[in-house]
Design a protein around this ligand. Structure first.
Ligand code: ADP
Ligand code: MG
Length: 501
């Protein structure tokens, strides 16, 4: 009983630190909305560095839970932000001012590089009536060593996969002599200067190919393709959120927001061009511009964080960056749960006498495992037992211990889903939508393995949207799984920007 009390104490603390009552989420949504506005004002690459170093100076770091400290820090950060303008959220101008409308025709290719897997697609578009008549793709997992190697190797790997994919087509035969055209989905923050170019600001997730930072990723890709003898033109460089938004609106014109909930997390939305002070030069004819928010880097003192988040962040390849992403996305949820279990194992013997080697290894518990445990419907929670034994070498668990593990999964995942919902509400409010009187439909296209496969996550996100928007207003708001939207969207945007169009 004493052992259980200790474990329960850890879980109770976790529950408290992860709490996301509606009022708090409203605060998160408001902070998100404010950041979105700030980010539209001025480009702010350097401001992020400034914030990060400032936070570093504070004792106990930014994750400390004392409300007073957090409030003070927030004020400092705001002051810092004000001086230089901009925000932690980059609000990247995508140069996509027209989303595909269905009239696109022809054969187009896409590359989708973002997290764990990398995909090559070939899409045959046949105009308004027939739409996507054929979509073929292959998926290759990226060897881990390439994620922290050099740019030449990484882009060489990508180009060789592309070369293999088109090898059996014959020299431009299928296109009647035209050059092949490609949309490149590159899901890392890129400063774009046009639809088909952009320099890498920084890597996120597990990538750290240092010599690519500051380089034009399209030029890097073109160079690698030439080496492989691939004759293709990169017609569009897009973010996966923009691709998801494009693919979503291709099928439903009320889709105005695209969200990724996969390895990482991010969102894009359709903004009015005249509401983007930092947009220089001529305004686009459509009057609109898609903004890639890069919301993964969002931070607010209102975010509920724990000691586990702090440790995860400190030990990550990008400490003090991408805090929102680290609370939400699939790369991290499993590791947060692992850290809680480790704490419990070190404080009491509820798991028996465990060898902690595995428990101490980062990322051995993955989010799909968390999902499997969370959804375990066997009477004795045998899937939980199996996952704990398999991944963490925690064998012979009691039923009580298994139930506790399910609860931990639930706490960590609910926080994630509810924060994602708060972020979406921040965007909806920024767009001036989702109010009770609003008759327009607002549809959010969502792609990513976390949203697609983790049912509890998805349901929690959807119910939180209703909770935050209110019953009435939420009737005009809906979310839609847009599977593989990031790849298809790249092909669609490439088609919309074809040199032959
Ligand atoms: P990416 O984000 O790399 O482009 P995906 O959109 O396919 O790729 O998302 C993959 C991520 O989704 C994985 O890293 C994992 O965190 C999460 N995921 C995949 N399958 C599941 C699952 N069954 N349950 C929960 N999360 C999952
Ligand atoms: Mg993806």
């Amino acid at each position: 009983a004493a052992v259980e009390a200790v474990a329960e104490q850890v879980v109770a603390q976790l529950r408290e630190d992860c709490a996301t009552p509606a009022a708090r989420l409203d605060g998160v949504a408001a902070a998100m909305e404010e950041e979105l506005r700030a980010g539209l004002r001025e480009d702010g690459g350097s401001k992020i560095e400034m914030i990060v170093s400032y936070v570093d100076d504070l004792p106990n770091g930014y994750c400390a839970t004392s409300a007073a400290r957090l409030a003070a820090m927030e004020e400092e950060m705001r002051a810092g932000l004000r001086e230089e303008g901009g925000s932690k959220i980059k609000m990247i101008v995508s140069y996509v001012d027209n989303l595909p409308n269905g009239s696109e025709e022809g054969l187009f290719y896409a590359l989708d590089l973002g997290g764990t897997n990398f995909r090559v697609l070939r899409v045959q578009l046949a105009g308004k009536e027939k739409r996507v008549v054929k979509l073929e793709s292959t998926e290759v997992s990226i060897p881990h060593h390439l994620m922290s190697g050099n740019a030449e190797e990484l882009f060489g790997f990508i180009a060789s996969a592309l070369a293999k994919f088109i090898a059996d087509e014959g020299p431009n035969k299928v296109l009647g002599g035209k050059q092949r055209e490609l949309g490149f989905t590159f899901s890392f923050p890129v400063r774009q200067t046009s639809i088909a170019s952009g320099t890498l600001i920084k890597w996120t997730k597990e990538f750290a190919v240092d010599d690519a930072v500051g380089e034009d990723v399209v030029a890097e890709l073109q160079k690698a393709m030439e080496k492989q003898g691939v004759d293709m033109r990169v017609s569009a460089l897009i973010n996966d959120t923009v691709g998801t938004l494009a693919a979503g609106s291709y099928n439903d014109e009320d889709v105005v927001i695209g969200v990724i909930l996969g390895t990482g997390s991010n969102a894009a939305y359709v903004e009015k061009a005249d509401a983007i002070p930092k947009l220089k030069g001529e305004l686009p004819k459509s009057g609109n511009m898609v903004i890639n928010t890069e919301w993964g880097n969002f931070f607010s003192s209102r975010l509920p964080t724990t000691e586990y988040d702090q440790a995860l962040d400190e030990e990550s390849v990008n400490p003090r960056e991408q805090i929102f992403e680290k609370l939400i996305s699939g790369l991290y949820l499993g590791d947060i749960v692992r850290r809680v279990l480790l704490k419990i194992a070190t404080q009491c013997s509820i798991f028996g006498d465990v060898d902690q080697t595995k428990l101490r290894s980062p990322f051995v518990l993955r989010t799909p495992d968390v999902s499997a445990m969370h959804h375990d419907e066997t009477p004795d929670l045998s899937i939980v037992a199996e996952k704990l034994a398999e991944n963490l070498k925690i064998a012979d668990t009691t039923f009580e211990a298994r139930k506790m593990v399910v609860e931990i999964c639930d706490i960590v995942t609910s926080r994630s889903a509810r924060l994602a919902a708060a972020g979406i509400v921040g965007i909806i409010r920024k767009m001036g939508r989702g109010t009770a009187g609003d008759k327009r439909r607002t549809v959010i296209a969502i792609d990513g393995g976390l949203f697609e496969h983790y049912v509890e996550f998805r349901q929690c996100l959807e119910s939180t949207l209703v909770e935050l928007l209110g019953e009435e207003a939420s009737q005009s708001v809906s979310v839609k799984l847009t599977k593989d939207g990031s790849g298809l969207g790249a092909a669609l945007i490439a088609a919309a920007h074809s040199q032959y169009a």
